[in-house]
Design a protein around this ligand. Structure first.
Ligand code: ADP
Ligand code: ZN
Length: 436
């Protein structure tokens, strides 16, 4: 497949070359880590006192995992490896699951990160001259400035509009003939549902591509977006602890995301035992950042569930691909003893043609038992038909879900616009069970 490259030499490097770069960079980053109070203690405990103690790539496995709690307990400067005078920028996570964590970037860290984003963007076929509307939240969240810098480096025309204000987003897409957007999949679905209001419809827009990320979504959601909007949608994965977006990105082949292995070492582990798993086996993704010295991050447990493919992709890139994120170890719901991931529910309902663009999962107690309710918006014309048809649709959704998650949920059908909309990361689960 004829595809563009940002840095062909690195993107198509032989495995041995990639591993050589990884080893050399790992040594360097361990050197930086040893300057932080947190890692000095951690690493010396396992006999790593200097970069030379890392001799082979396998020595990585001697390093203990780093967790989100480690970052919180060492807030604000326990993982800072450079003098504050060298820090060019501070970012933090969006705090989906608690207190945000802080990440420092030196000048070369920002530069390296920007380069990874330019590489990611180019891999989707976006080119200089594309008009790029960045609908992600700016501020300390990495989705705003990260892609912004990357797109500028590619030479795109950047519109730093930020999240929210749907009317203005649509108007701006029309006024500047936006060709590429960066957005959460849930918000793009919402934007689609608002097209046509104010007299601006799909034919008035020049949209070709969307970079979708920051939240879990299924392949069916991607296909739905592509069909509804007549665009190509590319999955984008990253987390602030590892810079932000640009960790893994889909190429033109759209068969899951290349992890930039010269900049990150990706491992997949069994989340219960910590054992490292083989390619193809699903588990928790663990990442080491090889190119950020102000806040070194070694073997960070992402809590994201995924698997790695063996090397190889039709685009010619040699960096291994990561599956889409199948769930988070911490978003699993236990409903009357049965484990349910929100992603399983989304996967099913987004395949049902009558279902529109928004849904919510609600859990509460009915006496002693847990009760799962799935609320879905369906297209308005369906409410004009016979009640029997609506009942049949409801039953169809229940049956589909039961086949996947084993338990039988209650299903509520709503008109479009009835369920809460998020302009950034969607909050799909409302758990009203009393905490004990
Ligand atoms: P947090 O949400 O933990 O506060 P971030 O803002 O850094 O912190 O978000 C990173 C998290 O967002 C990832 O760990 C992952 O769970 C989720 N995420 C990011 N991109 C994707 C994606 N393409 N698919 C699924 N989940 C994603
Ligand atoms: Zn590829």
């Amino acid at each position: 497949m004829d595809t563009p490259f940002w840095n062909r030499e690195i993107e198509t490097a032989e495995r041995s070359r990639i591993e050589q770069i990884q080893l050399q960079r790992l040594k360097t980053i361990v050197g930086w880590a040893l300057r932080t109070p947190f890692y000095r203690k951690r690493l010396t405990q396992v006999g790593i006192n200097a970069p030379q103690d890392i001799r082979r790539l396998q020595d990585l496995q001697r390093i203990p995992y780093t967790t989100k709690d480690d970052l919180r307990l060492n807030f604000p400067k326990g993982l800072l490896a450079v003098d504050m005078k060298e820090v060019l920028r501070i970012h933090s996570s969006s705090g989906t699951t608690g207190i945000p964590t802080v990440i420092y970037f030196a000048r070369d860290d920002v530069d390296n990160w920007t380069d990874l984003l330019a590489r990611s963007i180019t891999g989707t076929g976006a080119v200089p001259g594309d008009v790029f509307q960045n609908m992600m939240t700016y501020g300390m969240f990495t989705g705003g400035l990260g892609l912004h810098y990357g797109a500028e480096r590619v030479g795109m025309t950047v519109i730093p509009i930020g999240g929210g204000n749907t009317k203005r987003q649509i108007q701006t897409m029309k006024d500047f003939q936006t060709t590429v957007v960066h957005v959460t999949p849930s918000y793009l679905l919402h934007i689609h549902s608002r097209l046509g209001e104010d007299g601006i419809g799909r034919p008035d827009l020049a949209l070709r591509k969307a970079f979708i990320g920051a939240e879990p979504h299924s392949e069916n959601t991607r296909r739905k977006l592509e069909e509804l909007l007549q665009i190509e949608a590319y999955n984008s994965y990253g987390l602030s602890e590892l810079n932000g977006p640009g960790v893994a990105f889909e190429c033109v082949c759209q068969k899951d995301m290349h992890v930039w292995e010269d900049a990150y070492i990706a491992e997949v582990i069994n989340p219960h035992t910590g054992a490292v798993l083989k390619e193809g086996e699903e588990g928790e993704l663990v990442l080491t950042n090889l190119v950020r010295r102000a806040t070194p991050m070694l073997r960070y447990r992402t809590r994201d569930l995924a698997f790695l493919y063996p090397q190889g992709c039709d685009c010619g890139r040699t960096h291994r691909r990561l599956s889409r994120i199948l769930g988070r170890t911490d978003d699993m719901l236990i409903i009357n003893g049965v484990n349910v991931f929100p992603s399983q529910i989304e996967e099913k309902i987004m395949r049902i043609p009558e279902v529109a663009t928004n849904y919510q999962i609600h859990v509460d107690k009915n006496g002693a038992l847990d009760r799962l309710t799935v609320k879905v918006e369906i297209y308005p014309k369906l409410f004009l038909g016979e009640v029997a048809k609506l009942e049949a649709l409801k039953q169809k959704i229940v049956d589909e879900l039961r086949a996947s998650i084993v338990i039988s949920p209650l299903v509520e059908l709503h008109e479009p616009g009835a369920l809460p909309v998020s302009e950034g990361k969607a909050k799909r689960v409302v758990d009203d069970r009393p905490k004990d």
